[in-house]
Write a protein that binds this ligand. Sequence first.
Ligand SMILES: [Zn+2]
Length: 404
Amino acid sequence: MLVKGVVFYLESDLPSEAKFLLEDFRLTVNNAIRAGLQARVTSRNALCRLAYKDLRQEHPRMYAKHLVSAFEVAGGVLKNHRRRVRKGVLCRIPYVKRLMMKAENQAYKLDRKSGIIDLPIRAGCHVEFKLVVSLYHRKYLDDVSLSLGSLTVLPDRVIVAFRKDAPRQYTPESVLSLDTNERSLDGLFVGGDVAKAVKAEFPEVAIIQQRHHDRRKRLQKKKAHDRRTSRNLCRREGTREHHRIDHRLHEVANAVLGFAEDRRSAIVLEDLTGIRPRKGRELNRRLSIWPRRRLHQIIEYKAQWKGIPVVKVDPRNSSRTCPICGRIQDSRMGIEFKCECGWHLDRHINASINLLQTAISNGRAGGLRFNPGAFQHDVMMILYDPVKGARSESNGTSGICGVT
Ligand SMILES: [Zn+2]
């Protein structure tokens, strides 16, 4: 089952009854967390058995399903806390600061035509509020194959979870193999007996990262006498950075997936999980690997939603191996990969050929073959161009540009 959370803003303020409910819910969650910590339990059912009676007395009129869902939220917080403790990270007793509540799918009603939510507060008391519905939201509301999951209510917005069964992946007719770099995805597209280089550039991501990194450094210096302020300001910088980068990565992912879907391609990516910069100077010099991991996350997630097959392969030596003779070069290359056998190619595209060959030799490329000799050096397909991409519709579906 796949789940996608969609954010809706409210047409007017949340009714005051609902605001009280948020306060009560937060209180219940925090009480359940405390009870769970003392008794060392984290599962929803165990928390329920443990604390239901007491909390029922404290909130005699709260809708029972909301109470149970408070245990679920508390359980999630407790599990995260336990994980951190096991890792040996120093942390405080957790509690929920943000005003919020979560309702299970049977504990609220959403009229998908009008966008009106009906939320029970307690016996005999319901509130209704209207959501702002745009074209983007209509896509989810009108799709009958999507069912409704939980509802998260925040003071100014709600998050509706839409669920669907994972669609069957199509049988690939071509392959799009991509090497992920700091400023671009580079690779090749193989379909039939043609093989062409492809590129999706996102130079802004590295620029944004660098800018926010510098800004954080400056803030830390300026507020060195006040660690609390410094920490808060840095956190705010970090959130802004994430939002700005995320937006751009989504556009790149949409362009890549649109291209793959049109040509019924499988996507080959390198597995980035083991990669981590060495400590110290290198950590300072190199930009974090986070945006690249995040880009993979977005691509994989969206591909699942659309039924596009994605293959992850071990990237070891992919940037140093010659795809023709198999020699492994030991020095770092410049822009171009060169081998004694005469093969030479753009370093990144060469890496993507190696990724593809690994996928083929593992038998995970759907019976497709690739002959490096068929590669057309002079052709470059642009999957995503940040200049044109920025001008595309704000829903980000038309990021694909001219194909040469
Ligand atoms: Zn060679």
